[in-house]
Design a binder for this molecule. Structure first.
Ligand SMILES: [Zn+2]
Length: 616
């Protein structure tokens, strides 16, 4: 068997995807490799295919239990013997696996980095032949990366203890230039063959929205997409609870995930989502690493994440089976403050020294700035993301909210003057300043108790913007803050302040403009995208039947549906309608083990359909 046979037999693919072949061949000829590929591009195939051809065991170093378990489950479905060793394991289970590894039962063994230098593990690997070491999520080794894990720094000394040292492959989905250099240096890769494939995921639609009511937006979006499963990411546990409850009140099958829940509930909720019992997961960023669910149709960020690395990774959980999917970020100024607060108060990595922590905080704030820039940019969003990861893109992608939306520059000089003079009046009367709510109510001429009690109605600027909606006021205030005319102070009681540049507008008539999207068409174009973007002429009823067969099999096997087969594979099956097991194996993603194990059920469903639709 060669690498192409393995790819076909176990993974059901006719050909390698970009980058995979070079890395597979390099490993097979004994070279170290460094592969940077976006989520969904097929990183794992790069070491799983060589693992099947090399004589001994392939060790895969992976940071998360859930990630390992998912991979092992998928490998077993493909007919490959694999196991994992992690800290959550019973003693007996551990020894069974060690025993199995000694007897050569597995081709791949997944292990957490903390395990590597324990005596038990070292004595295990000294007695067996290790043909390849694959380091997954390799960016964790770098302090410049967003998930630095000091235990990754010990991988190099572990490798030294292996004799002979096997080829080493390092893989990650996100790495800027600096991080790539760090990976090669800190893992002590030897002249690695390095491939960075395109970061682009053409099937993902990217959007930044500034809805006046985020809750409404999320609820409407989900109700508008009744057969899509998706994730709503929130910045805090509290927001997760609020959003999840709201969706449930709207009769949406939603569940939730955050670190404040008991392990048992987390496990159950995750499973409900993965097994399609609940179609929406509302979660903090604690959710998702290691979730390989391929039929996620949308990822909404209710709050802006802390950096683009996290955003791209979280958004990238949509559309992994290649179907079209949407990634929508809901931006508001408050998110920037929350993110800054989280960065300044994060102590979640206790392995770090004081000095490391300070440096990391500085880098985190820089990364936050780029994230904010993404939310505000009017250029192509995909282009912005790709450039962040060092990939040039010229022109418009045509599949993001900026490329599809029409922008207009609105002259808001008059409004700006009114607002700024309102702030000036307030500062004069209350030198300590007032908050944004008081300002807006004063300008809009509100008659509420607080406004009147404070005497805001006696200012000459009271009510000068009474015909402007509160939402529109927000847009003006955002624009003025972004352009540096006003400042929202930090702290427990933020107040609005005039910035130095405000004088130019107030006294010298400087023009102020605001970039806004033409309201009319919005996302209707995108909300009608079909769940499966592969074939337009897809016989929907056959596809649904095949999905039903898959659900039945998944329930019997106690595995998530996508582990049996992806939506893309089902769609191809519905359109090509294979008649024999041989035909079935030619469907992308099927492979030999799956064809033999499940083939009959699918072939039967197709035959029945053909009998009822002789012309079809
Ligand atoms: Zn674009």
């Amino acid at each position: 068997m060669n690498q192409y046979d393995v790819l076909q037999k176990y993974f059901g693919h006719d050909s390698f995807r970009p980058g995979q072949e070079t890395l597979v061949n390099a490993i097979l000829t004994g070279h170290d490799v460094l592969g940077v590929m976006p989520t969904g591009a097929g990183k794992s195939v790069c070491y799983q295919v060589p693992a099947m051809l090399l004589p001994g065991l392939t060790l895969v170093i992976s940071p998360l239990i859930s990630l390992m378990q998912d991979q092992v489950a998928a490998l077993r479905q493909s007919g490959i013997e694999a196991a994992c060793i992690h800290s959550g394991m019973e003693e007996q289970e551990y020894w069974n696996i060690v025993q199995g590894a000694r007897l050569g039962q597995y081709k791949l063994l997944y292990v957490a980095p903390e395990r590597l230098e324990t005596d038990g593990f070292l004595s295990l690997v000294s007695g067996i032949r290790v043909s390849l070491v694959a380091v997954d999520e390799a960016h964790c080794v770098s302090q410049w990366g967003q998930d630095f894990r000091p235990s990754y720094l010990r991988i190099a000394s572990f490798l030294e203890k292996l004799s002979p040292r096997p080829p080493v492959g390092a893989f990650t989905a996100t790495a800027t230039g600096q991080v790539k250099q760090d990976i090669a240096r800190l893992l002590e890769l030897r002249d690695p063959v390095s491939i960075t494939t395109g970061f682009d995921r053409p099937n993902l639609y990217f959007a930044v929205e500034r809805p006046r009511d985020k809750d409404r937006f999320v609820e409407d979006y989900i109700l508008d997409h009744p057969d899509k499963s998706g994730i709503v990411y929130c910045a805090t546990r509290k927001t997760v609870e609020l959003v999840c409850n709201q969706l449930r009140r709207a009769k949406i099958a939603a569940t939730r995930y955050h670190a404040g829940l008991e392990a048992e509930e987390r496990r159950k909720n995750q499973e409900d989502f993965v097994y399609d019992r609940r179609r929406v997961m509302v979660a903090t960023n604690a959710f998702g690493m290691g979730i390989d669910k391929s039929n996620v149709g949308f990822v909404i960020h209710y709050n802006m994440p802390k950096n683009i690395e996290n955003y791209y990774q979280e958004a990238g959980r949509a559309g992994r089976d290649g179907s079209s999917a949407e990634c929508i970020l809901l931006y508001s100024l408050g998110d920037v403050q929350t993110a800054r607060f989280l960065i300044q108060n994060s102590h979640d990595n206790e392995e770090l020294s004081e000095e490391q922590a300070v440096q990391i905080q500085r880098l985190d704030l820089q990364r936050l700035d780029r994230m904010v820039a993404y939310c505000k940019t009017t250029r192509c969003l995909r282009g912005f993301l790709l450039e962040y990861f060092g990939q040039r893109q010229t022109g418009n992608c045509g599949n993001c909210s900026n490329c599809r939306g029409d922008f207009v520059q609105t002259d808001i000089t008059t409004e700006a003057q009114k607002i700024l003079s309102g702030v000036a009046r307030i500062e004069k009367r209350w030198p300590g300043g007032l908050g944004v709510v008081a300002l807006v109510q004063m300008l809009r001429g509100s008659k509420d108790k607080n406004t009147l009690k404070r005497g805001l109605d006696t200012l000459p600027t009271y009510g000068i913007m009474q015909h402007t909606s509160p939402a529109r006021m927000r847009l003006y205030l955002d624009a003025l803050e972004e352009q540096g005319y006003i400042i929202n102070t930090q702290g427990e009681y933020p107040v609005v302040r005039l910035a130095a540049d405000a004088k130019e507008v107030l006294f010298n008539g400087k023009t102020v403009t605001m970039t806004e999207r033409k309201a009319a068409e919005k996302s209707n174009k995108t909300s009608k995208t079909k769940e499966v973007g592969v074939q337009a002429d897809l016989p929907q009823d056959l596809y649904e039947r095949l999905r039903a067969v898959r659900s039945e099999l998944a329930q019997k096997q106690h595995v998530p549906a996508y582990i049996i087969l992806s939506n893309a594979s089902l769609a191809e099956m519905a359109s090509k309608r294979p008649r024999t097991t041989g035909d079935l194996m030619r469907i992308s993603g099927v492979g030999e083990a799956r064809a033999h194990r499940y083939g009959q059920k699918f072939l039967q469903a197709i035959a029945e359909y053909m009998a009822q639709h002789p012309q079809g």
